[in-house]
Design a protein around this ligand. Sequence first.
Ligand code: PBG
Length: 325
Amino acid sequence: MASFPRPRRLRATPALRDLVAETVVRPQQLVLPLFVKEGISTPVPIASMPGVVQHTVDSLVREVDEALAVGVRTVILFGVTDERDEDGSLACRADFVLERAIAALVARFATDVTVVADLCLDEYTTHGHCGVLDAAGRVDNDATLVRYQALAVALASAGVHFVGPSGMMDHQVAAIREALDAHGFDDVGILAYAAKYASALYGPFRDAVEVEIAGGGDRASYQQDPRNRREAWREVDLDVAEGADLVMVKPASFYLDVLSDVAERSPVPVLAYQVSGEYSMIVAASANGWLDRRLAVLESLVAIRRAGADGILTYFAKEAAPWLR
Ligand code: PBG
């Protein structure tokens, strides 16, 4: 046989494959999203996200304890409540479940676990939009910024380390930075949902936080159009200029091209959110025996890292961490 290049030589043994592997996923690069609900006494399963629950504050602390034990050191919290109003103001109360959860985690783990709180209004508004509405029923960008500022200060007062504005209002990062600084919270960081697309993959999440958008509406007037790639650069540039400490691309696996662009261009670290629909697709296909759950999860995380994410928000964080050690 003639002599020719043989790339297979480097794939011959596990030791060689490990030697030349370009991409590594470590537990501490994973961020675990968690739901905490007002007014429940035991955790409530989320039907469309098997294995994920709405937590009580106590069960949340236990879950974070277990996550930390396998090396996951960052969590992002979402509040859930049956009690809603027009402008989501209830989420600003010091005795609301989100603030109590933050305080409990910080009391228990101090800075061993970085606590991020999603900062948005859809979980707390009657109409289910991420902002407040004007008289014509449209999402009012600038009136929403004022609500975000109040929520940022409330979350910071509870002790949160980072806030994650996910509402895609223009100028939200600058408004929140200004409010935090004005109240002496210059050490509280901002994880900006910078390139966030209007995605069908958020379906199961809306069960998790029990959100239904009034009148069968959608978020297309504020979240990005999936047809657009270039626009992500603009959103990231703006958020970085406004003071974002970290930027995020969301969803992850359908948007690896966007993630790759952002990772190349961003001067700050880039996270990607493997969202509820990405989770549930793998879980459902595995439950049917159509995919090997462990292999599919690991490959999905590697792919997101390979595309350029420094860290990954994933509901698989606690499950996958032991596989990565
Ligand atoms: C908005 C928000 C959403 C998610 C995170 N923050 C839903 C939306 O924009 O409709 C989705 C996360 C997921 O699907 O896992 N507060």
